[in-house]
Design a protein around this ligand. Structure first.
Ligand code: GAP
Length: 503
């Protein structure tokens, strides 16, 4: 068995999209009606992988930290929440329409794409200057300036080539719906654009009921909705997506250390679940969101370039103070630790917040891109030697949708019954499948394609001495072992502990 040559560097997003559909990971939503743009459904393997990612994140947050607890807040919130948070006034993207093609674009994205063009053409200085000008215009909310920049740069509609643009205007990304079944004048309720606000408005409920002392965190996984103008790149930018957010409440003045601590911790998490260190990088924000005092993205190198998968934000006391002002309910904490400078308790204050916010879907996509491999392998010896390409998902075993597949070598001689016996003895421990159709090689291929780390073969020898072969997905090596050893062998390798130990 020779060493495989991996060609995953050339993987394109279209390969991932096709694979995700073919093998039951991700489907376009309402596909039979031609699909709803930027909305996706997870299939049988996708939901398992996504649930594993979510469980890993959840346990890494709440089980590994005595001072991080979870909540599950509602998607609908009092509309005043979004006034306080700044989303009603400020959660906008600058959009522009092309009069010829009738297509709508994000004005900032058109300019960023132009900057990327300069970069590719070997003029990074021009690219940087353009990005800086855009940043300044957006900070000053100078929309006329943004349009002028588009005209000056001779940016045309990528579809029609036309330069006939409307003015740039701000477009609020929040979806809203009817707030009351009885009162048609009732204000609309929004579908939350981030899960974080459900945490902020519950800050005191959680602190008191969970008897937490600062510093402590509140974690949540849930759906969020944004009416994205540019909805491209598969599940990277969706209109309905899932966030995994943790707000860490700290004493003012200590937020800098906590920001650094969480920044490092979150990168370790991504590496521990198998994202390649060289495909991860930090990117400090130039343009800060309305709530942020400092912000960094953890970016992953997708087939379409380095893009954000997670944001770490130092949000100061912005959100709690805003909610305190609008609700007129104090959002303070009494800190009875002694301040060494005064010898007195720190007393009452509105805590500062360091937030970690990762999209479950983006993490899913990064995981899939990382795992997707095409290898050229050589099998057999001498004249029998053949070379072929195999496609596989090298998922971390803790993430794999199915942990082991059991193959009776043939569908007779008691082998199917033995396979069923093994399945029954392990089904409380792992998600397994029995595969008895087609030749063994084809069955291995099917499991490689969905990332199953182990294939257990029941053969003639099994019936004599209760041993099986276990084939490793990545090395293709087979090891014979007693059936009684399977639980420990597989368990050790698929356990979340293998990830947690690296955090
Ligand atoms: N509470 C802070 C917050 O929402 P964000 O940077 O806007 O910050 C955090 O979003 C994460 O949510 C992103 O890093 C990304 O992983 C995910 N996310 C944001 N918008 C998304 C979208 N339209 N589709 C998929 N994931 C998205």
């Amino acid at each position: 068995m020779s060493k495989p040559v991996t060609t995953s560097e050339n993987t394109q997003l279209k390969d991932i999209v096709a694979h995700a559909k073919e093998y039951g990971f991700v489907f376009q939503s309402s596909e039979i009606y031609d699909g709803l743009a930027a909305v996706y459904d997870y299939g049988p393997n996708g939901v398992e992988l996504k649930n594993n990612l979510k469980r890993l994140w959840w346990e890494a947050m709440t089980q590994l930290h005595g001072n991080v607890v979870g909540i599950d807040a509602a998607i609908f919130m009092d509309p005043r929440t979004w006034e306080a948070s700044g989303h009603v006034a400020g959660f906008n993207d600058p959009l522009i329409d092309n009069l010829d093609s009738q297509k709508r674009y994000r004005a900032d994205v058109l300019i960023e794409e132009k900057a990327a063009e300069y970069e590719r053409a070997g003029d990074p200085a021009r690219a940087a200057a353009l990005t800086a000008t855009l940043g300044r215009l957006l900070t000053e909310n100078d929309l006329a300036g943004v349009k002028q920049l588009i005209l000056d740069e001779k940016i045309v509609d990528p579809l029609s080539g036309s330069a006939k643009w409307t003015d740039v205007r701000q477009f609020n990304l929040m979806f809203s719906t009817q707030g009351s079944a009885v009162d048609s004048d009732a204000p609309p309720v929004y579908l939350r654009p981030e899960t974080a606000q459900g945490i902020f408005v519950n800050f005191l409920n959680v602190q008191k009921s969970a008897r937490q002392k600062i510093p402590f965190g509140i974690a949540q996984i849930g759906k969020a909705f944004r009416n994205e103008i540019v909805a491209r790149q598969f599940i990277f930018r969706m209109r309905e997506f899932e966030q995994m957010e943790m707000q860490f409440f700290v004493r003012p003045g200590t937020e800098g250390e906590w920001y650094d601590t969480w920044k490092a911790a979150r990168r370790r998490f991504h590496e521990a679940i198998g994202l390649a260190p060289e495909k991860l990088r930090f990117h400090d924000h130039d343009k800060l969101a309305h709530y942020a005092k400092a912000a960094v993205d953890i970016e992953y190198e997708f087939p379409f370039g380095f893009k954000e998968i997670e944001g770490i934000h130092s949000r100061s006391d912005f959100d709690l103070t805003q909610h305190q002002n609008l609700s007129r309910k104090k959002q303070q904490y009494f800190d009875n630790d002694l301040n060494p400078d005064t010898g007195k308790p720190y007393g009452n204050y509105v805590p500062y917040v360091v937030e970690t916010s990762v999209g479950a879907d983006r993490l899913f996509l990064a995981t899939l891109c990382q795992a997707y491999q095409e290898e050229t392998i050589t099998e057999g010896e001498g004249e029998e030697q053949t070379t072929k390409t195999r496609t596989l998902l090298k998922l971390h075993p803790a993430l794999a949708p199915i942990k082991a597949a059991i193959f009776p070598l043939v569908r007779k001689d008691g082998m199917p019954e033995k396979a069923q016996e093994i399945f029954d003895s392990l089904r409380f421990d792992f998600r397994l499948v029995i595969e008895d159709k087609d030749a063994i090689g084809k069955r291995y291929t099917r499991q490689d394609l969905i990332g199953t780390p182990f294939c257990i073969v029941v053969d003639g020898q099994t019936l004599e001495d209760d041993t099986v072969t276990v084939r490793d997905r990545d090395t293709r090596e087979q090891t014979r072992m007693p059936i009684s050893a399977l639980r420990a062998y597989i368990g050790e390798r698929v356990s979340f502990k293998t990830v947690f130990a690296k955090l």
